[in-house]
Design a protein. Structure first.
Length: 198
């Protein structure tokens, strides 16, 4: 679908002030989850929506995809949740990226082998998948499955999620990603539906 962009000249503004502004705008506009799903979409075999979300944006998108496709849904949860303080999370996640020492993931409440297609949702962290999703992919194999990545971000477009997923899941069928700004979630219904149809 050609949605993936990688404009290196545009440095992302994910300052705390900007994030709070975007989060506030999204909250004021109301959740995407309140929108009525258009219709059930063509099946990709047994489907699972699997996501991590710290502050709720990716969860909102995950729930919309789940309702629209009638897929099962499961959440990736670190054993120890990240600190509620934003700066602490930024610092800790950077350390985890640099050192490779990460918080383990809680066992999933679904059996991955039952699914043919996985909608894999993540916030954009440091230009790539959030650390809990990276950690999940080191603990579980998605070999042989269709992987449909979706993400939310604060406006940065140096998004390496698709390229990084190709590296991390070389034996999966990784499809075109859907990347949405948190502040655009409210008006994203037709974009999400078009991505789902694709
Ligand atoms: C540790 C951390 C790193 C982030 N890095 C980026 C980034 O590189 N680019 C960006 O646009 N947003 C970045 N963000 C903002 C999140 O991607 C954005 O707020 C997202 O919608 C949060 O999703 P959630 O509510 O599902 O947790 C970062 C947020 C955190 C906490």
């Amino acid at each position: 679908m050609g949605k993936h962009q990688n404009n290196r000249s545009d440095f992302p503004d994910f300052s705390r002030r900007n994030l709070l502004k975007l989060a506030g705008a999204a909250a004021a506009l109301g959740p995407l989850g309140l929108l009525v799903p258009e219709r059930a979409f063509a099946s990709g075999g047994r489907m699972l929506v699997l996501y991590y979300s710290k502050t709720g944006n990716t969860r909102e998108l995950a729930r919309y995809i789940q309702k629209t496709t009638n897929a099962d849904i499961a959440e990736i949860s670190p054993v120890t949740p990240y600190p509620s303080d934003y700066n602490e999370t930024v610092r800790l996640s950077r350390l985890e990226l640099l050192t490779g020492r990460r918080n383990p993931i809680q066992p999933l409440n679904v059996q991955l082998q039952q699914y043919d297609s996985i909608f894999l949702g993540t916030p954009l962290w440091w230009g790539t998948l959030a650390v809990p999703v990276l950690q999940f992919l080191t603990q579980h194999s998605l070999e042989g499955k269709r992987v449909l990545p979706f993400s939310t971000n604060a406006g940065g477009n140096r998004d390496k999620i698709f390229d990084d997923l190709l590296l991390l899941c070389p034996k999966s069928d990784v499809r075109s990603p859907l990347a949405l700004r948190a502040g655009d979630l409210k008006n994203a219904q037709s974009e999400v539906n078009a991505w789902l149809r694709g």
